[in-house]
Ligand binder design. Structure first.
Ligand code: ATP
Length: 488
């Protein structure tokens, strides 16, 4: 009635007034928890959603059920504008999930959904002092625990392989992550493995420590070693052990330092941010070694609209300092409990700035297959050791020290032969390892010949030293080392 009498500019006032009066006399208080806090995801919203969809004490008459692709569990969510009821410390509370259409689409680097989502928590005013903020802390902790227990972790990627990520690789696309690698199946030195597990445990339980010492709650691991020694398997084992999600950052898809920062801002806590083969992604060669710098890999062109625009025009590619800021700068602390993992096959090529402690807290060398590692692989693929295998194990232990063979190579031999029976598979393994020893002898022999030829060529010739035209170029010497033909 008021609306029909009042001019438009005064219409809102009675509305506001009536709402204020309602709130004043109501025996409840209301807390709105929006999905987005400005443009960043609101951690509390995600925690509430997870908590409500997995908590048995919650009751409702109508919920929507979903099962994500490749997942083995159902989750239920509140249907739009419906209620869920919960109790905490004897107090009853209700949750409403509301979804409204966004009014205007202001410009944002984030692909903003058309819908605006949020939860409203309704609490009796008299209960408020007893349950807040303890109830919200409880929800955050429960959600964290659920994430940890939940086997369906997510792998986020900014690579545009799927094609649906926003231009410039500035967003993350998620897929369910189900990698079977665990610390139990990981073949490596048991002492180092225990050290890593202890370090991870200390980190994940270290909230109080990081708060007390004023340090950002993050940790960096550098995994280095030859290809096929288990660096990727180690990352999967870490994620499975801690129950964290993985963000697989493809640096060549990121065009500017500011895009890199935006990607960081969109990661969630309790996650591992991985940059694989860091030496191949950026120009990160060792500045102090005087090595010739490699050309950085071509980065993807900027989206046409961004070509001349201010910020992006100034900074056109991800630089070492951009990466250091990513892991170490103030922005990297906007969110807790994150682990950075870099991998490389060539640690000597990395800039010392990237390696210094505080940035990469632990350098883990994933080496060739040792005897203890081999025992784990055999157990993984062929089962427990049997008694009458003493001879073959002794033989393996003896030859393994003479050769460099990766766990990936050992795995391949075992996989190939496991159907032929355990005994045959082990004998095949001995054969392959012995074969490598022989190959090595040939290579070592070749190297000796090469050295001899070099010495002969370098020695002064009939007193003058300059009369001979003969030369062996380095490329051919390399060929010779690899056992190829040597031509002088
Ligand atoms: N240490 C290991 N323990 C168990 N399995 C391993 C190990 N190393 C390698 N493997 C096996 O070899 C395969 C390849 O290993 P992985 O991709 O983890 O090696 P990587 O060091 O990351 O290699 P790259 O440097 O080429 O990426 C794995 O799928 C796994 O089956």
């Amino acid at each position: 009635i008021l609306h029909s009498f009042l001019p438009p500019e005064l219409r809102l006032s009675p509305d506001k007034l009536s709402r204020r009066l309602f709130r004043y006399f109501s025996s409840y208080c209301y807390y709105d928890i929006a999905e987005l806090d400005g443009v960043s995801p609101n951690e509390l919203y995600n925690a509430v959603q997870l908590y409500l969809s997995n908590t048995a004490s919650v009751s409702a008459t109508r919920v929507s059920l979903t099962r994500p692709p490749n997942s083995s569990t159902f989750t239920f969510n509140l249907s739009n504008n419906d209620y869920l009821y919960d109790t905490f410390n004897g107090a009853a509370v209700s949750w409403e999930h509301h979804v409204t259409q966004r009014q205007s689409q202001s410009f944002s680097w984030r692909p903003v959904s058309d819908e605006k989502r949020g939860f409203t928590l309704k609490i009796n005013k008299k209960d408020k002092p007893f349950i807040l903020p303890a109830y919200l802390d409880y929800i955050m902790d429960s959600a964290a625990e659920l994430r940890r227990k939940n086997k369906d972790r997510l792998l986020y990627t900014n690579s545009r392989g799927g094609g649906s990520i926003d231009s410039g690789g500035r967003g993350w696309e998620s897929v369910p992550f189900k990698h079977p690698s665990t610390f139990e199946t990981l073949a490596m030195d048991p002492a180092l493995k225990d050290e890593i597990i202890a370090d991870l445990r200390e980190f994940s339980e270290g909230k109080a420590f990081y708060e007390r010492t004023g340090r950002a709650w993050k940790r960096g691991y550098l995994l280095h070693g030859p290809p096929g020694t288990g660096k990727s398997s180690m990352i999967a084992a870490m994620a499975n052990h801690l129950g964290y999600d993985i963000y697989d950052l493809e640096l060549t898809e990121v065009q500017t330092n500011s895009n890199l920062r935006k990607l960081l801002m969109k990661t969630t806590p309790k996650s591992i941010i991985v940059i694989e083969d860091i030496d191949c992604s950026l120009e990160l060669t060792n500045r102090s070694s005087g090595e010739k710098k490699e050309k950085p890999p071509a980065q993807k062109p900027l989206p046409s609209g961004a070509a001349a625009s201010g910020e992006e025009a100034q900074v056109r590619s991800v630089t070492l300092s951009g990466l250091l800021n990513f892991t170490d700068g103030l922005w990297s602390c906007c969110g807790n409990e994150r682990i950075f993992v870099f991998t490389t096959n060539h640690v000597e090529r990395l800039d010392p700035a990237l390696l210094r402690s505080g940035r990469m807290d632990m350098h883990i060398f994933m080496g060739y297959c040792s005897f203890p590692a081999l025992k784990i692989l055999v157990k993984n693929y062929l089962g427990e050791r049997e008694e009458e295998e003493e001879r073959v194990w002794m033989e393996l232990e003896e030859v393994l020290v003479k050769v460099e063979i990766t766990p990936a190579d050992v795995s391949e031999v075992l996989i190939k032969n496991r159907r032929r029976g355990r005994r045959v598979a082990l004998e095949e393994l001995v054969k392959v390892v012995k074969g490598r020893v022989e190959e090595r002898k040939v290579v070592d022999g070749g190297e000796e010949v090469v050295e001899e030829v070099k010495r002969t060529l370098e020695s002064p010739n009939d007193g003058g030293g300059g009369g001979t035209e003969m030369s062996v170029d380095d490329e051919r010497l390399d060929d010779a080392k690899e056992g190829k033909e040597l031509t002088v």
